[in-house]
Design a protein. Structure first.
Length: 81
């Protein structure tokens, strides 16, 4: 039985995480082979995961670190480092 787009999209994260059994993988793969919108969704989901999983490339300025430490030490009662 072919998946609907709604069913395919509901399983897409599990598909990428390799959490599905062979039958579900085959059904999603078949659906993706015939559905351009779901292939686009999958590309977007992969890009989102890649971007969200990347560490920030910007280092926090020293002044901001100092102010954050001072703020947190005021909240916890511990002296700033």
């Amino acid at each position: 039985m072919m998946l609907t787009c709604r069913e395919a999209i509901a399983r897409m994260s599990a598909f990428l995480d390799r959490e599905l059994g062979p039958l579900d993988v085959a059904r999603i793969t078949l659906h993706l082979s015939t559905c351009a919108p779901c292939r686009a969704y999958l590309r977007t989901l992969r890009a989102t995961i890649r971007i969200a999983g990347r560490p920030a490339d910007v280092e926090m300025p020293e002044e901001m670190k100092r102010r954050l430490r001072a703020f947190l030490s005021g909240r916890t009662g511990e002296p700033p480092r």
